[in-house]
Design a protein around this ligand. Sequence first.
Ligand code: FEO
Length: 401
Amino acid sequence: MSGVFKAARVTDHVYWVGAIDWSIRDFHGYLTSRGSTYNAYLILADKITLVDTVKRPFREEMLSRIASVIDPGDITYIISNHSEMDHSGCLPEVIQAVKPEKVFASVMGANALAEHFHLDREIVAVKDGESISLGNMNLSFVETRMLHWPDSMFTYLAEDGVLFSQDAFSMHLASSERFDDEISDDLLNYEAARYFANILLPLSTPVSKLLEKVGGLDITMRIVATDHGPIWRKDVNRIVELYSRWAAQKPTKKAVVAYDTMWQSTAMMARAIGEGLKAGGADAKLMPLRACHRSDVATEILDAGALLVGSPTLNNNLFPTVADALTYLKGLKPRNLIGAAFGSYGWSGEAVGQVEDVLRGMKVDLIGESIKVKYVPDDEALAQCYSQGMLVAEKLRELCQ
Ligand code: FEO
């Protein structure tokens, strides 16, 4: 171990010993423009405990950071809050290296780790509400099933008021700074929202229930130690309140217009719709899909009230970028959206109907008639697009009153 990688002190007893991934740009389809971190934590209790590990290629970085504080062989317990590979990828090798007395996970987590790694040792399953003693300190566990995997759980260290929250309250943000108060509020808000939109949006109902459950627990959260991005210590209530707002998905006057185009006809329609939206009082956000990544669209939808989608017809089908974005958005299950479909075509023009079908499948409330234009929109067609924008804006005004 080089000695270059150091641990970061979180409290008198807790150290960050994770890894920084400056280069990752794709997280199962989510564009992580600013990289990420894989956070692991060391608790210096009588029984020294490691909470989570890191993605496999970063094992040496984590072990070096641990070695800057203690001999890794002194680790007695390992807690696996979440079995996804970015947090458990090097777990078998770490177990091999440090030979902990026990490894703990939730009931589902113990199964998931067995199914991932086919380990030849027991993972001790802990139940919701269960506690374990570290000698001079105690850890308790909160099951957070489906946030965002069936195995997910929180671990709470009462003595220091630290909630180890795995993916919850996280963000994909590589930085040399470890804490929220070292990073600008705008960047924190944006990346936390982007993470919620691209990972947690389909789980908004369980998020709301979890926030209620955690609010009802007799715990004091002074620090929220996430598995990605900065540790919240300045104002933990702030990220909790943001989650509460995002999970509610209350519509706003923002309308996202996502589209692609072959010969600029669908783009002209999108721009005319955007003008109508603006004239009607909505905040129009036009997103041409060869300039905007699917995860950018998901992020904008998080606080939008409308989604309008335009596609030309290519070989009797949706344009590929539109199909990509719609497939991704459908999986994220945004709620409380109104919307519309539009597009140009040359021969048969199936794409607009296909957009409608996907939007209906997403329970988007379609406003007005979908607009299909043959080849190139004339002034009348553009006026129709403008009116469609006005109509959606009017409906948004009603919904946001
Ligand atoms: Fe960061 Fe669900 O893993």
